[in-house]
Design a protein around this ligand. Structure first.
Ligand SMILES: [Zn+2]
Length: 589
């Protein structure tokens, strides 16, 4: 593998706008450390409008600078994780940020103690416009904040509760050993989490089956421990939300994300009403794979189409510009800008962070880290990450610092819109039926993985939490059997389940962050609707989408989605998605 110095400058990101050098970063950090001390002057004095305003402005200014420097130091570590000087710089920047968080922690406590009436006036005061979200959040949370003493106790208890996720991680990431898998010729392969994704897509059915079985075996063997640990996590979710005066753990999560309950209910009802579409997809895939009966381990198989065309980074950018044309000229030119100004760190080098990400800081262009491989998988990763980058770019450009970050509920929409536009583009521009079918399958597989599967997961989580909240009892049999029943329902009667399927719930790490995954489903559904409107050149679709991209967190997330023409509170929105999927499936021949 090449060393970083050996790569062409053209394919390395330009992060000079974040900071010029380590030295400059250190100088800036020490000047921030001095500036930070000023915040102490406000401690105990946050009752008057002026003092509140000044202290908020000071915090914003410092946090904004810290964000930028932390990112700079993080980028340098991403470039080469073996460089200890960069790691020290990152640690220094982080520790200053922690120090400032603790120095300024009185601010939220003192402001939260002010009356709702006073806070509402501040929120409406034009002088405080940039901080209106800050006050809105404090007012919204008032009913769920406890006394100072209780808060202290609860925070300590929550630290203990974190151990369920940690134990799970230790056990499944480190202690678990998977038996090697064999393919149809008897050849053996080592099985890890990393190559699971490759073998389960293989055209060799024996390999797929053995992969699915061997991956689940340790989860069966340690079922008792995994059950007990998961019950602990569910109990903790339920107890904490009860202490915080929520009617249920689900309502607690939805409240924090500012998502109304009917969005969650609409999702579950719509997916349940439309399971038939997924069952038809499984059947279409069975025919294509020429199987007598479809099994769960066949769902991920790539259909028989060798797709190994080479795509250089330069060509990928040109291709992406064509794909995003439905979003408008400006968006296309921003892709070129990202290329010209080197927002992307393209190729891998020795010591570089694996995978890909997009991030940035306010007032500066975003950046994307890739390990680009000259293939179509990489083109999909690139267009995905550039989707995040454009969302950040538009929100930063149009919102103040305090309202520029988009919420986690919206975070995967812009990236998924781009991916879907790319699949629709490939479907329309395929050179053969085989190629077209490959992309139909890719579309449907993504739809299944994001919508069907994640909804099954949240239905499971919801059941487990509700059973505990109602009866205070959960057991091995309830958990395993309920999961199996859901699998039967979601896969339908024509897909064969493995006897080990009932243990699969314990292989999902996300269950240690309750009710997280429904956002994958609502995100995909929203992105699909937006992409469909853009692709079909529906009137004002472009303008609406740009408003969505530009909104940051200036409004509650569901309101921002409405700017793009997507209303998740309306059940018809969900039906529109399934109707669209249905038309795509009808073309599958
Ligand atoms: Zn993403």
């Amino acid at each position: 593998m090449k060393k970083r110095e050996e790569l062409a400058e053209k394919y390395k990101w330009d992060i000079s706008a974040y900071c010029k050098s380590n030295n400059e970063c250190l100088l800036e950090l020490s000047s921030i450390q001095k500036q930070m001390q000023k915040i102490k002057e406000y401690e105990g004095n946050l009752t008057q409008e002026n003092a509140i305003f000044e202290s908020l402005v000071l915090c914003s200014d410092i946090n904004r600078k810290l964000d930028r420097l932390i990112q700079f130091s993080y980028f340098k570590v991403s470039e080469d994780g073996n460089n200890s000087e960069q790691k020290e710089l990152q640690e220094k920047a982080m520790s200053i940020a922690y120090e400032f968080a603790s120095l300024s922690s009185f601010q939220a406590v003192e402001i939260s103690a002010l009356s709702t009436e006073f806070l509402t006036n501040l929120m409406k005061n034009t002088k405080f416009t940039q901080f209106s979200n800050y006050f809105r959040e404090i007012i919204r949370n008032k009913a769920h904040i406890l006394s100072k003493k209780e808060e202290e106790l609860l925070i300590q208890m929550e630290q203990i509760a974190e151990n369920f996720a940690l134990t799970y991680k230790m056990m499944t990431d480190i202690d678990f050993v998977f038996e090697p898998v064999t393919d149809s010729t008897g050849k053996k392969y080592e099985l890890t989490y990393g190559n699971y994704g490759i073998y389960i897509k293989s055209l060799d059915r024996t390999l797929r089956k053995n992969t699915a079985i061997n991956m689940k075996k340790p989860f069966e063997k340690y079922n008792n421990t995994l059950v007990s640990n998961y019950i602990g996590a569910v109990k903790s979710d339920c107890i904490v939300s009860k202490i915080r005066k929520f009617t249920s753990s689900l309502d607690c999560v939805l409240f924090n994300e500012e998502i109304s309950r009917n969005v969650f209910d609409n999702l579950i009802i719509a997916v349940n009403n439309n399971l038939g579409i997924f069952h038809r997809y499984f059947e279409a895939k069975r025919l294509k794979l020429k199987l007598r009966k479809m099994a769960t381990y066949d769902i991920n198989a790539l259909i028989n189409y060798k797709f190994d065309a080479k795509v250089s980074y330069d060509n990928a950018i040109q291709l992406i510009k064509k794909v995003v044309e439905p979003i408008g000229e400006e968006y296309v030119s921003l892709i070129q800008k990202a290329y010209d100004e080197r927002w992307v760190d393209v190729y891998e080098n020795k010591g570089k962070e694996r995978g890909g990400y997009e991030t940035g800081a306010y007032g500066i262009h975003p950046v994307v880290l890739m390990n680009y491989k000259d293939n179509f998988d990489s083109v999909f990763t690139l267009i995905h990450e550039l989707g995040h980058a454009m969302h950040s770019y538009y929100s930063n450009k149009n919102q103040c610092y305090e309202k520029a970050d988009y919420s986690i509920f919206l975070a995967e929409i812009a990236s998924t819109v781009n991916e879907i536009l790319m699949i629709l583009y490939f479907i329309d521009n395929s050179n053969s039926c085989e190629e077209k079918l490959f992309y139909y399958d890719q579309f449907f597989h993504n739809f299944y993985a994001s919508v069907n599967r994640q909804t099954m997961f949240v239905e499971f989580e919801n059941k487990m939490h509700r059973i505990y909240e109602k009866t205070q009892v959960l057991s091995k049999d309830i958990i395993n059997e309920e999961y199996l029943e859901l699998n039967k329902k979601y896969f339908g009667k024509d897909v064969e389940l493995l006897p080990l399927s009932k243990f699969e719930w314990s292989a999902i790490p996300h269950f240690y962050r309750a009710f997280y995954v429904y956002k994958y489903a609502t995100g995909f559904i929203s992105a699909l609707l937006i992409a469909k409107k853009l692709y079909n050149k529906e009137e004002s679709a472009k303008e609406k989408y740009l408003k969505f991209l530009s909104a940051g967190s200036s409004l509650p997330p569901l309101e921002i989605l409405k700017l793009a023409g997507v209303n998740l509170e309306d059940p018809r929105t969900f039906q529109e998605v399934f109707d669209f999927a249905d038309t795509i499936l009808n073309n599958w021949k």
